[in-house]
Design a protein around this ligand. Structure first.
Ligand code: FPP
Length: 248
C-alpha cells in the first residue's frame, strides 16, 4: 500500500481527525446465515471475510489501533460444534493473514484469557504475534476469550496484591494505574465503538476503556459489513462534537 493510494481514496475524510483506536463488536453472523437457511458456521466463515476487509481498510485509511471482539468469555457456553468451528476459523485466519500482516507492517496482539484457547490456536497466535512484534504501522488487537468484567477482576487482584505487599499505597490508585493493569495497557482508549446487527448493548466489551467512546450501531449484519459503510461511519464520527463531560 503506498501513500498515493491511501491519500486519493477517501477524500471526505479529514486525516487529522481520524480515530486513533476503533473497537468493533462484530455481531450478526448467525442471523446472516439463518436468513439464507445456512448453518451458523457459514455465517462465521463469511464473517471472517469481513474481518479481512475491515483490517485492510483500517490499514489503508491509517487507523493506528483496531480492536475486534472475536470471542467472548460468554461464547464458551455456545454449542461445542460452533466453538470448534470458530477456533478453526481463527487458526486459519492467523495463519493465512500472517504474510499480509508482515507485508503491511501490522502488529498482532490478543487481549483476554488466551490461556483458555485450544493449544493449536495459542501456538498460531503466539507465532503471528512473534513475527509481527516489530511492526508499527497498525495494531490489530483481537479480543479472544475476552470479558470486560473478568479483565476488571484481574486488574483489581493485581493492584490488591501490590497494596498487600506494600509496593503501592491505596492513595496512589489512579485511573492511569488502573488502565496500566488492563489488557489494553499502553493502547489509547477507543475513540469509536462500532456494533453491527442493531443490538443496543455493550456485551461486556472494554467496560473501563469506553467511558468517553463515541458509539455507532448499524443494523448491517457483520458478514455484510464492508469498506463503504465503514468509511461512512468514519465521516459521521468526524462530524461529532466530543466534549468529554466539559462544555465547548
Ligand atoms: C457474533 O455473531 C460473532 C461472534 C460471536 C464471533 C465473531 C467471529 C468472526 C467474525 C469470525 C472469526 C473471527 C476472526 C478474527 C477470524 P453471532 O453468532 O452472535 O450472530 P447472531 O447474534 O446473529 O446469532
Amino acid at each position: 500500500m503506498n501513500s498515493s493510494t491511501s491519500s486519493s481514496i477517501h477524500i471526505d475524510l479529514d486525516p487529522a481527525e481520524l480515530p486513533s483506536h476503533i473497537a468493533i463488536i462484530m455481531d450478526g453472523n448467525g442471523r446472516w446465515a439463518k436468513k439464507r437457511l445456512l448453518s451458523r458456521i457459514k455465517g462465521h466463515e463469511k464473517g471472517s471475510e469481513a474481518v479481512r476487509t475491515i483490517v485492510r481498510a483500517c490499514r489503508e485509511i491509517r487507523i493506528p489501533n483496531l480492536t475486534l471482539y472475536a470471542f467472548s468469555t460468554e461464547n464458551w457456553q455456545r454449542p461445542q460444534s460452533e466453538i470448534v468451528a470458530l477456533m478453526t476459523l481463527l487458526k486459519k485466519f492467523l495463519e493465512s493473514e500472517q504474510k499480509e500482516m508482515v507485508d503491511n507492517n501490522i502488529r498482532l496482539n490478543a487481549i483476554g484469557q488466551t490461556e483458555r484457547l485450544p493449544k493449536n490456536v495459542q501456538q498460531a497466535l503466539h507465532k503471528a504475534m512473534t513475527v509481527t512484534r516489530k511492526n508499527d504501522g497498525m495494531l490489530l488487537n483481537l479480543a479472544l476469550s475476552y470479558g470486560g468484567r473478568a479483565e476488571i477482576v484481574k486488574m483489581v487482584k493485581e493492584i490488591a496484591i501490590k497494596v498487600k505487599d506494600g509496593n503501592i499505597e491505596p492513595d496512589s490508585i489512579t485511573p492511569e494505574l488502573i488502565s496500566e493493569h488492563l489488557y489494553t495497557s499502553g493502547i489509547p482508549d477507543p475513540d469509536l465503538l462500532i456494533r453491527t446487527s442493531g443490538e443496543m448493548r455493550i456485551s461486556n466489551f472494554l467496560l473501563w476503556q469506553i467511558a468517553y467512546t463515541e458509539i455507532y450501531v448499524t443494523n448491517t449484519l457483520w458478514p455484510d459489513f464492508g469498506k463503504d459503510e465503514f468509511v461512512r461511519i468514519l465521516i459521521d464520527y468526524q462530524h461529532r462534537k466530543r466534549r468529554f463531560g466539559k462544555v465547548e
